[in-house]
Each structure stands twice: as C-alpha cells, then as structure tokens.
Design a protein around this ligand. Structure first.
Ligand code: FAD
Length: 435
C-alpha cells in the first residue's frame, strides 16, 4: 500500500489533520488500533481556537449543535466548613470576535463528526483495529488481526497519543513529570439549569463540573496520588457525599451513579518532546506533549498542532515543496505556544496541589484580582483560548500578588484584536516565502 501521508492514531489530533489534508486532495492512510469507541473518558472542553479551526474545516455548526456552550466558568472557594467564602469567574466573552466561548462535547461525538466529514473524500483511507508496530525505511508496519502489511508513504505523522511508536521511531525520549494528586472522573445527569462551568475548591478539596449536552455533566475530583484503590473500596454513598458536600446543586443527580463502574482514575502527567520533527516524520498532540488537565488544553493543543501541520503539508503539496526540511515550520510555530500552555497548566495545577489554608487564601485572592483587573482577565482568557499569547508582565505579577492596585480601565477592542494570532502568526511560511 502507498500513500502521501500515513497517520498513526485516529484520535482527535490525527482526525483533524486527516480532514485538513484530504480536503486538499492529499492521499491519507490512517490506522487506529481500536475497533470503535474509546473505553475511557478523554478531553471534552473545546477552547475558542479549536472552534475557529473547526469553522475553517466547515464543521463548526455541527460541533456547536452537539455541544454545550460555556461562556463563564465560576471559581468558588469554600471555607473549612464548606460555605462559600469567595467567588470569582473566568469570562470567555472578554475575547473579541466570533470565538468567545468554550464548548463541551462528548469526545466520541466530536471524533465521529470529524471522521464522517473526512470519509466523504475517497482519498481518506481509515483502517480501524489496525496497529502501527513501527516505521523503518519509509515504510510503516501495520498489524490488523493476524495480518501484517506495510504502508509506504512520503510523510509519517504520529498522532497516537502518549505511547507513540512514531516518536520512538524518531528516537525522541520524553520524561514525564508526575503530580502529588490524581483525579477521579465521571459523567452523570445534571439539572437542566446547570449550564455554566463550576470549579469548587476548599483548602484541601477540588471538584470541577463541566456541563455536557443532553443534561449531563462531566466531573473531575482531586484525590491524593495513590488513594484511588482505597476510596473505591468504600460504598458508593461515600463518593456521592464527596460531591454533594461541595456542590449541593447536584444532590439527587450524582446519586444516579449506582456503583463505581463508570468512575475512572485520571493520572495527570506533563512532558514536552525536545523536537516534533525528524526527517519525514512528525508528531502531534499527546505524542509531542502532555499537559496537566487543569486548564482543559490537551485536546485543544492536539487540534492546534493538526491545524498548523495540516496547513503546512497542504502548502508543501501545492507548491511541490516536499523537502522534509520544510516540516520544521510546524515546530517553529507550535513549540513555543505549547511550551507556554504547558507552563500555564502546570501553574494552575500547583494552585490546587497543596492542601493548606494559606494556599487557599492566596489562590482566591489571586483569582479575585484577576477578575477585577480587566487587563489581567483578558490576558488569562486570551492565553487559555489559544487565540493568542500574551505573557504576564512584572506589573501583572505585582497586581496579582496584591502589591499594586488593580487597573480599572479595560483595553480598547482594537488593542485586544491586535493580540489575536493573525494568519501571518499561524502560517508564517505563506507570508515570508519560506517554502
Ligand atoms: C481522562 C482524561 C481526561 C481528559 N480531559 C481533558 C479535557 O477536559 N480537556 C482537554 O483539552 N484535554 C483533556 N484530556 C487530554 C486529551 O484527551 C488529550 O490531550 C487528547 O485526546 C490528545 O489527542 P491525541 O489525538 O493527541 O491523542 P489520543 O486522543 O490519545 O488519540 C490517540 C489515538 O491513537 C490510537 N493509537 C495509539 N497507538 C496506536 C498505534 N500504535 N497504532 C494505531 N493506533 C494507535 C489510540 O487508540 C487513540 O485512538 C484528557 C485526557 C484524559 C486521559
């Protein structure tokens, strides 16, 4: 079998890349080791940049009609006795333009939308229950059932998540950093009026609730690393109480979970590959980086990688500029952005990692000041959204730390717009004639 681009892994990153390529007439073979749906929970929060990308791929309407919009994320800090002590929020609508909201969508529904759209094109060859075993001499070895076959390709893209065979074939090692906490995660029914995201925290507890469509809610609850087995030994009522203590609004709903069967353990890790490209191979998404889930970025980073690499490959084919050196343009754009989001997610994780009262106090004051200062708030939302990158200044740090007063004046809309990534920022090779 021969193709232009061979993609290992039909997760969200691989599928987004495939759709981008097949629309431009590029031949794609994708192998996915699973026969059907993923058996585990995965990312479900779509940040604004991902929505912009999906708009470009003509799936925006289908995605939004299958998703729950989230404009505001409430951050609720509880006292030791679990009464509301402080409340602040993150507001996506401070971002100018069409893409000023996040969306919650079932992971498999999203994958299905993108895969179905790609399958319209005869140059997309999706092979499920097929595992890539390795890549050597411009050939990928694929195992499907008892059969093995080779696929010859011009480019090989690793989109196979954390355990990446492509990364291995490229000789790239990553060193995962672990955290002192894990999460339990599960989806269950919610009240129909529970439509905003909510994060509840006290000095030693954390619960995130993110509404999905169909009156469901995805939850993540922080537990100390290694405690899962012990917690799971308790009756299910214990789990219900962990949740209802913090979020009384879900009392009567979380109890719909009658046993532990759907409740999963989620272990956060962080790593970042030194390079994303070697010869005619490149890695995207979790194959290239893993990010703490606190800021809801993992899936979005995979989509954003796919967009930049996809646009680059399309241009390389259009211009017959298939020199593998050109693939570096992808890494040049994406690595620095990923680095910053990994750093931000890591900081958010640390803010909830230490079960001490002073940490809880500092956290709530920091969030309060961020909400009060329109410049800080905009920076935070811009960075999280993926639509731009505006690092915090020394002054910002002083304001957050309470050593300087918060600014009262919002930024003019033109200034905010200037901070959004332009097409030149996203695809610099087009403008600088680099191919
Ligand atoms: C429990 C959990 C919750 C998460 N929550 C969030 C969230 O709320 N928001 C967010 O943004 N991110 C979240 N993430 C992270 C997010 O799901 C990932 O970052 C994202 O799915 C990465 O996409 P990907 O396409 O790179 O890899 P994956 O989604 O891991 O897809 C890789 C695919 O490759 C296949 N594969 C692997 N090896 C091979 C092989 N050798 N041959 C063929 N196929 C192969 C796998 O079966 C899989 O389908 C969460 C992750 C987990 C585990």
């Amino acid at each position: 079998m021969k193709t232009d681009v061979f993609i290992t892994g039909g997760g969200i990153g691989g599928l987004t890349l495939a759709l981008k390529l097949v629309r431009a007439g590029i031949d794609v073979v994708m192998v996915e080791k699973l026969p059907g749906k993923q058996p585990v929970y995965k990312g479900e929060l779509l940040q604004p940049k991902s929505m912009q990308i999906f708009d470009g791929l003509l799936v925006y309407d289908e995605v939004t009609s299958n998703a729950q919009i989230i404009e505001i994320l409430d951050l609720i800090e509880l006292s030791k006795t679990l009464h509301v002590k402080d409340q602040s929020f993150m507001d996506y609508t401070v971002i100018p333009g069409k893409y000023n909201a996040a969306y919650m969508i079932h992971h498999e529904v999203l994958k299905n939308i993108i895969r179905k759209r790609a399958e319209i094109y005869p140059n997309f060859h999706y092979i499920n229950s097929a595992s890539c075993k390795g890549i050597e001499h411009d050939k990928a070895l694929v195992q499907k059932g008892k059969d093995q076959f080779e696929v010859e390709a011009t480019f090989f893209i690793g989109a196979e998540g954390r355990a990446s065979v492509t990364r291995q074939a490229m000789g790239i090692k990553v060193e995962p950093i672990k955290y002192n906490h894990h999460f339990i995660t599960v989806t269950f029914p919610r009240p129909s009026n529970f439509v905003g995201g909510q994060i509840f925290s006290s000095y030693n507890r954390f619960l995130g609730l993110f509404p999905l469509p169909d009156n469901q809610v995805r939850s993540v609850y922080l537990i100390p690393a290694g405690e899962y087995k012990r917690i799971k030994e308790k009756p299910i009522d214990h789990f219900h109480k962990l949740y209802t203590d913090l979020a009384p609004a879900i009392d009567g709903y979380v109890q719909k979970l009658e046993d532990w069967s759907k409740i999963q353990l989620m272990i956060p890790i962080m790593y970042h590959a030194d390079t994303y490209v070697k010869g005619n191979k490149a890695i995207i998404g979790d194959a290239a980086h893993a990010v703490h889930p606190m800021a809801g970025e993992g899936m979005n980073m995979a989509i954003q990688d796919a967009d930049i690499l996809g646009e680059l490959l399309v241009d390389m084919y259009k211009l017959s500029a298939l020199n593998v050196e050109n693939l570096k343009q992808y890494e040049n754009v994406r690595k620095v952005r990923a680095d910053y989001l990994i750093h931000l997610s890591h900081l958010s994780a640390l803010a909830y990692s230490f079960p001490f009262q002073p940490v809880s106090w500092i956290r709530s004051k920091t969030f309060e000041r961020m909400e009060e200062d329109p410049v800080l708030h905009f920076k935070q939302m811009l960075n999280v959204s993926g639509l731009g990158m505006w690092k915090e200044s020394v002054r910002d740090r002083f304001i957050q730390g309470g050593m300087m007063p918060t600014r009262k004046k919002d930024l003019p809309i033109e200034k905010k717009e200037m901070k959004l990534f332009s097409s030149e920022d996203d695809y610099p090779w087009k403008w600088k004639g680099l191919l």
